[in-house]
Design a protein around this ligand. Structure first.
Ligand code: FES
Ligand code: FE2
Length: 402
């Protein structure tokens, strides 16, 4: 007989990976969707993906589809893609532009704020005002779009409070997505996040990254390199806030995880490029390279890396018990023009090659934890953030009692 979720969680030893039964398990996956993804603030994209009124993209998770659309007053609305008549999907394309959202089944027509505008030949007492598309809570902060499925979401203001100052110099609200790419990973989403959260694997697996980033060194070596970066911050137009981390918060604060941590690039490296040289114009009010880069963390599925000249966002979306999409957004200065100010191939080189390697690593990890002989081993100090993630995961699922 298979073990219950709580039995599996009870088998977890702190400082270790999870028991094998928790990876790729359909029952566990359903609990995770309910307990984590349908309750947390989810950072899902950037405002430049919907620049004009009527532009939209679909965000799919947990068998739900959300229309993220630029509304009339410049707002970004998140509408459930479920017609209020008999439940058809309203929008089909992953991205698009519409002046009205029209359901093709029987033609009900909705405004960009979700209000039902027209429904032909309905009875005289039909009340259109009660049949708009359901709206999710949505927020735009620093150009990033967040949504939450919960009727009463956790307090979003703590994210703004902690990250406003460190993010200010980047002016991400004025940046644009230069490129998006999705990497389909055949693994449990947790293995993808575990891998993202540690750099113990960077030296063996990512020579292209390790040559330029001190994060691939031990925590002590990494910390020792930060002094010169701090000394140059003000002159470069960067904030002197180097560390804000309220990440992996389980008890009562689920879904407001936020983090910011600056670390040094290696000598001769200004940014995440093949030769260390500049890739694109400076972002926002940044005036110079200070020799650093910043790790970012927003909620259970979005991470980022901010360089002075571009930002890379990594969104890990669960697609099934053993399927995860890693979507990468490369953001550059909104004024920058491809070909003139940056070369796309050069811009995306590092994180494409690194993510292709990670996909392989994570899939091999899934294959290994599927073994009946797999037993979780102890982790190193370089996996501290992964350990925090697993503590959070276990505490969050235990709290559901399921
Ligand atoms: S299901 Fe949408 S109009 Fe009928
Ligand atoms: Fe990696």
């Amino acid at each position: 007989m298979s073990e219950s979720l709580q039995q599996l969680l009870a088998g977890w030893q702190p400082g270790h990976a999870l028991p094998g039964g928790l990876y790729g398990n359909p029952h566990t996956y359903e609990r995770e969707l309910d307990a984590i993804f349908l309750k947390s603030w989810l950072c899902i994209g950037h405002v430049s993906q919907v620049p004009r009124v009527g532009d939209y993209f679909l965000f799919d998770i947990a068998r739900e589809s959300v229309i993220v659309v630029r509304g009339g007053e410049g707002s970004v609305n998140a509408l459930l893609n479920v017609c209020r008549h008999r439940g058809s999907r309203v929008c089909d394309e992953a991205t698009g532009h519409e002046t009205r959202l029209v359901c093709r089944y029987h033609g009900w027509s909705y405004g960009l704020d979700g209000t039902l505008r027209a429904a032909a030949r309905m009875p005289g007492d039909f009340d259109r005002s009660r049949h708009g598309l359901r709206r999710l809570q949505a927020r735009v902060f620093a150009g990033l779009i967040f949504v939450n499925f919960a009727p009463e979401p956790p307090d979003f203001s703590v994210i703004e409070r902690d990250l406003a100052a460190p993010l200010a110099p980047y002016q991400l609200d004025r940046a644009k997505v230069a490129h998006r790419q999705t990497y389909a990973i055949d693994s449990d989403w947790k293995l993808a996040v575990e891998n993202y959260c540690e750099c113990y694997h960077c030296q063996p697996a990512h020579p292209e990254y390790s040559v330029g980033h001190s994060h691939a060194l031990s925590p002590q070596e990494e910390a020792a390199m930060l002094g010169p970066v701090k000394a140059r911050a003000a002159q470069a137009g960067l904030t002197d806030i180097f560390y804000v981390r309220n990440s992996w918060l389980a008890a009562g604060q689920l879904g407001t995880d936020r983090g910011y941590k600056r670390y040094a690039l290696m000598r001769g490296h200004k940014t995440g490029s093949r030769d260390g040289g500049q890739l694109a114009p400076f972002l926002g009010s940044i005036r110079d390279f200070d020799g650093g880069a910043t790790d970012l963390h927003f909620g259970p599925m979005m991470f980022g890396l901010a360089y002075c000249d571009h930002v890379v966002l990594y969104r890990f979306t669960p697609r099934g018990p053993r399927n995860t999409d890693c979507e990468i957004l490369w953001l550059v200065n909104g004024e920058a023009q491809e070909g003139r100010d940056y070369q796309l191939r050069d811009l995306i080189w590092l994180w494409d090659v690194t993510t292709v390697a990670d996909k392989r690593i994570i899939e091999r990890n899934q294959a290994g934890v599927d073994s009946r002989y797999y037993r979780p081993g102890p982790m190193s100090e370089m996996e501290e953030f992964t350990q925090r993630f697993l503590e959070w995961y276990v505490a969050t699922l235990r709290a559901t009692g399921a």
